[in-house]
Design a protein around this ligand. Structure first.
Ligand SMILES: Cc1ncc(COP(=O)(O)O)c(C=O)c1O
Length: 487
């Protein structure tokens, strides 16, 4: 008999008149019909349940025999006794029936005007077909080296007492990241300013809680990154969409419309989704506005490791003499998104405020994967991987651009191909959302450019990720795309 099953809550009352075996039987039956226990789930042995309930084994044996006879339990070879797999699905209370019963409550909860009540085309529900945004070349990941670091982190786990650690994160990792950022991104920072977070939105959430108030106005790029906007909207910020043109954020527009904004969320190295780099004069104007008005700049530097043409672009933070920039980076593009790890660089005089807020939120980040990553960087696998991926993604980018030109000719305009892991293809005379829906039926995973706009006047276009599409598969994928565009 198996002993590794989790014991369900079985209420027995030894003083009650109802026999114990009947009470155990009723508890199981209710838990099965109510959906608490699901088909295939293992049940504890009679011995361990009897011990947990503090009763003799006999009533448990009797209850189990009856549940087995009535088909609620079934014996499964190799898995012991499980909840019967043949119980009809409709007997179970599903999440859909629960939400259908409580529509007014869910409407009331959707009270953040800038956060939709449900997320359209969310990344965890997207099929992982060609062109999925944010998907990396996972088949090229140095799995052996990573696993070695995992083994080492596991071995070292118990060499020190496992207790709560520093809210900023593991020192060794913060030192490695600080050194990388100083060298590769011209960020002014020390390890003491780095806070490890669960991704870019987490960094924005923490920044908004420390620096902004409900009702604070924030410039956001139009079009821009909707998940970044959600993090600010959740903190009750009022978002002002500021258009981007070929030089990046139109700082003059923002200054005219909303000079008193408390912050600006920008992607200066590689605008999401259009892909331009913010010009030097716009950078200086933005920093100047921030210094004059006491505003904060939230710099989302999400994929600047991958630049294919021209010189690397240094960070906005590195240009700022006034420490008004919160620099945010992620490991989703360099390593893989499910790692859920990013970092922020906090101005030195604000570090204590951020630490206090972090402790109030969640005490601090989980440390196990930080140790793995620290080893991975220290042993050189990280920089080797970035270098290899830059070459690989350049090849994939070239293949995508060539095939778009071949299959679409002059009918579309490609923008943002100089950097990153996606390009944007502007289309005419078709609805981008309809193309996305048709492409999904053909197994492709695209994002509509119009979904990145907050206001009216959205341009129609397709955002195509190329990170996970090998160069020799690109022609086939673009052919399918051309069919989806043609309808
Ligand atoms: C503009 C932008 N910022 C940040 C990210 C990364 O987010 P995260 O760190 O939450 O994975 C992405 C991912 O696609 C992005 O497009």
């Amino acid at each position: 008999m198996q002993n590794d099953a989790i014991t369900p809550i079985i209420a027995v009352d030894r003083k009650a008149r109802r026999p114990l075996h009947q009470q155990i039987y009723d508890s199981y039956r209710q838990a099965i019909l109510g959906g608490t226990l699901r088909p295939g789930q293992r049940i504890p042995s009679t011995r361990s349940l009897a011990t947990e309930l503090g009763v003799s084994r006999m009533p448990v044996l009797n209850a189990y025999a009856q549940l087995m006879a009535e088909g609620y339990f079934q014996a499964r070879s190799g898995a012991g006794t499980v909840i019967s797999l043949s119980l009809p699905e409709e007997r179970f209370v599903s999440l859909n029936t629960i939400t259908a019963r409580t529509p007014s409550r869910s409407r009331r909860l959707a009270r953040h005007s800038s956060v939709p009540s449900s997320i359209d085309n969310p990344p965890w529900r997207r099929q992982w077909g060609a062109f999925a945004i944010g998907q990396v070349a996972s088949e090229q990941f140095p799995v052996r080296e990573w696993n070695r670091m995992v083994m080492r982190a596991s071995r070292n786990l118990w060499s020190k007492p496992q207790d709560y650690t520093h809210p900023l994160g593991v020192q060794e990792l913060r030192e490695a990241i600080a050194s990388y950022l100083r060298t590769a991104r011209s960020v002014h920072c020390e390890a003491e300013q780095i806070m490890i977070v669960n991704g870019s939105q987490h960094a924005l959430d923490i920044s908004a809680r420390v620096l902004l108030d409900p009702g604070s106005r924030v410039w956001v790029e139009e079009p821009g990154y909707r998940y970044g906007r959600y993090a600010l909207a959740l903190n009750r910020c009022k978002l002002l969409p500021v258009p981007v043109d070929e030089e990046g954020l139109d700082v003059e527009f923002g200054t005219r419309r909303c000079p008193n904004a408390r912050a600006a969320l920008v992607t200066p190295s590689h605008q999401y989704p259009l892909g331009m780099t913010m010009s030097a004069s716009r950078r200086l104007n933005l920093l100047d506005w921030a210094a004059r008005s006491g505003a904060w700049i939230l710099e989302d530097d999400f994929d600047s490791e991958y630049r294919y043409d021209g010189m690397p672009i240094s960070s906005l933070q590195g240009l700022d003499p006034n420490q008004r920039v919160i620099y945010i980076g992620t490991l989703s593009k360099i390593l893989f998104p499910s790692l859920r790890m990013g970092y922020m660089v906090i101005p030195a005089d604000l570090v204590e405020h951020f630490i206090t807020l972090r402790v109030a939120m969640d005490i601090g980040p989980s440390t196990f994967s930080q140790h793995i990553l620290a080893g991975f960087i220290k042993e050189g696998h990280f920089s080797r991987h970035v270098r290899r991926m830059r070459l690989l993604y350049r090849e994939r980018r070239n293949a995508l651009v060539e095939n778009i030109e071949k299959y679409f000719g002059e009918s579309v305009t490609i923008i943002g191909e100089q950097a990153g892991m996606h390009i944007c293809v502007l289309v005419n005379g078709v609805s981008d959302r309809e193309v996305v829906a048709r492409a999904a039926r053909a197994g492709l995973s695209l994002v509509a450019l119009s979904s990145c706009y907050m206001g009216k006047g959205a341009r129609q276009g397709l955002i195509l990720g190329f990170g996970s599409v090998p160069a020799n598969k690109m022609a086939g994928a673009v052919r399918k795309l051309a069919a989806a565009v043609a309808g």
